[in-house]
Ligand binder design. Structure first.
Ligand code: HEC
Length: 149
C-alpha cells in the first residue's frame, strides 16, 4: 500500500512538472501565435485577400439585384444616384482587392474622395452580401468596363 502511494505521488509530481513545462512552452507559442495573428489582421484591414476566381455570370445576376437601382441595368449609372461603371477610370485603375474593399466600405458623401455628393452604401446597401458574391460582381464590372488600363 505504502509503496504504491509513493509511486502514485511520484507519478503526480512528474505530471505536475510536465504540465508546468508544457504550460510555459505553450505560453510562448500562444504569444507568438497572437503576434502573427495581429500582423495578418493588420494586413487584412488594409486589403481583403481574394482567393477565388470571380464568375461574371453569377456577378451579373447579383449586380441586377444589388447594384442596378443606382448604377442602372447596364451599369452606365443613373443621374443623381450611382456612377457610370462602364466608363469608370476608377474601376479600371483599381485591383480586384481594392474594388472589393471599396464595395465593402462604400463611400460617404463627406468622404473627400467622393465625387458626386451622393453616398455609395457599404455593399451597395445589402449587408447580407458575402465577399465571394462581391468578387463575382467585380468580375462582372471588369467585363462591362470599357476603359483601357
Ligand atoms: C444607393 C445607391 C447605390 C447602390 C445601391 C450602389 N451604389 Fe455604387 N455608387 C453609388 C454612388 C452615389 C457612387 C459614387 C460615389 C462617389 O461620388 O464617389 C457609387 C460608386 C461606385 C463605384 C465607384 C465608381 C467610380 O467611378 O468612382 C463602384 C465600383 C460601385 N459604386 C460599385 C457598386 C456595386 C458593386 C454595387 C452593388 C453591390 C453598388 N455600387 C451599389 C451609389 C450606389
Amino acid at each position: 500500500m505504502k509503496k504504491s502511494f509513493a509511486s502514485l505521488r511520484l507519478v503526480s509530481l512528474m505530471l505536475g512538472i510536465s504540465v508546468l513545462v508544457f504550460a510555459c512552452g505553450g505560453g510562448d507559442k500562444n504569444d507568438s501565435g497572437k503576434q502573427s495573428n495581429g500582423a495578418t489582421q493588420q494586413a487584412a484591414a488594409k486589403q481583403t485577400k481574394i482567393t477565388i476566381k470571380g464568375d461574371p455570370v453569377k456577378g451579373q445576376a447579383l449586380f441586377m439585384k444589388n447594384c442596378l437601382a443606382c448604377h442602372g441595368p447596364d451599369g452606365r449609372g443613373i443621374k443623381g444616384l450611382g456612377k457610370d461603371l462602364v466608363n469608370s477610370e476608377f474601376v479600371a485603375s483599381q485591383t480586384d482587392e481594392q474594388l472589393l474593399d471599396y464595395v465593402l466600405k462604400g463611400r460617404t458623401p463627406d468622404d473627400p474622395l467622393n465625387t458626386t455628393g451622393v453616398a455609395m452604401p457599404p455593399k451597395g446597401g445589402n449587408p447580407a452580401l458575402t465577399n465571394e458574391e462581391i468578387i463575382h460582381i467585380i468580375a462582372y464590372m471588369r467585363q462591362i468596363n470599357k476603359v483601357k488600363k
